[in-house]
Design a binder for this molecule. Structure first.
Ligand code: SF4
Length: 271
């Protein structure tokens, strides 16, 4: 299932994200299938997206003004917690990347894109691609939520997917010579590695294997209830939730369409 896309097809290819590739072997098959085919479901707020979008917009502006070390313009309304995280992220970005003279490269990867040899579009966040004065490109992936730092940045699912997509735009030689970093911008932890031919080949192999697994598991998309039901957007029509409806909410709405209440969640509200 990983040959060239069928030119006679109608409509977009199904889509995988780093999350789907990471959970291809154990996510409920019905949920996996709905995500893969892009079925509409409950719209949930993307809190991580709010913070990421605000940070990247400010970073792009700072690079455009050639003022990474100067004051940053940060537009938009956020919660006090988001503002505190943003302030920390800007501090660490300036500290860790301020000494490198680069310009931002726009590759149009803010939506899922096709790559030769893959029968699914590849999505997920590609944070910042820049090129230095020496002509060497950099991929800068960020974590603004204090996630675990990968020991090897080139094995991170989001990095692998991003490298495959970047190679479809820049070509293999430029991608192989890329400096790739993953940075926890809340704690100032940066991991870096040169992509290399082996890194790109491993990324392609891993994404291929993930897509193949998603295709195989979605051939029989039966409901498999479990812990993932709590965050599932596709309860409508699911035999486990008879009578469930689809609830819409704006991407920027801080409240979810469906609020899942658990004893732990209720207890934390009263603390
Ligand atoms: S609600 Fe649960 S069982 Fe139904 S599709 Fe979602 S994850 Fe699967």
């Amino acid at each position: 299932m990983t040959g060239d896309p069928d030119p006679s097809r109608s409509g977009p290819l199904p889509k995988v994200t780093p999350f789907l590739l990471r959970r291809a072997d154990d996510l409920c098959a019905r949920r996996l299938d709905h995500e893969f085919r892009g079925e509409p479901g409950n719209a949930d707020p993307v809190h991580r997206g709010r913070l990421r979008d605000a940070f990247l917009a400010a970073a792009l502006d700072a690079h455009e003004r050639d003022a990474v070390l100067g004051p940053w313009r940060v537009a938009g309304r956020r919660t006090p917690e988001e503002n505190a995280a943003l302030e920390q992220a800007i501090h660490w970005y300036r500290h860790l990347f301020g000494d490198r003279s680069v310009r931002v490269v726009e590759l149009g990867l803010d939506r899922p894109t096709e790559a030769a040899g893959f029968t699914a579009r590849l999505g997920g966040w590609v944070d910042l691609v820049v090129v230095g004065d020496d002509g060497v490109h950099e991929l800068r992936q960020f974590d603004l939520w204090a996630g675990d730092a990968p020991d090897d940045v080139l094995t991170h699912p989001a990095v692998r997917s991003a490298l495959v997509r970047i190679a479809a735009r820049l070509g293999d030689p430029a991608t192989e010579s890329m400096l790739v970093s993953w940075t926890d911008l809340l704690r100032g932890v940066r991991r870096e590695a040169r992509c290399g031919a082996a890194g790109l080949a491993a990324a392609r192999a891993a994404v291929h294997a993930g897509v193949d697994l998603v295709v195989a598991r979605t051939a029989h998309p039966g409901a498999e209830p479990g812990a993932d039901c709590a965050t599932c957007r596709f309860r409508k029509g699911c035999p486990e939730f008879p009578g469930a409806k689809t609830v819409r909410a704006g991407r920027r709405d801080p409240l979810p369409g469906v609020l899942t209440v658990t004893p732990t969640a209720l207890e934390s509200w009263t603390r």
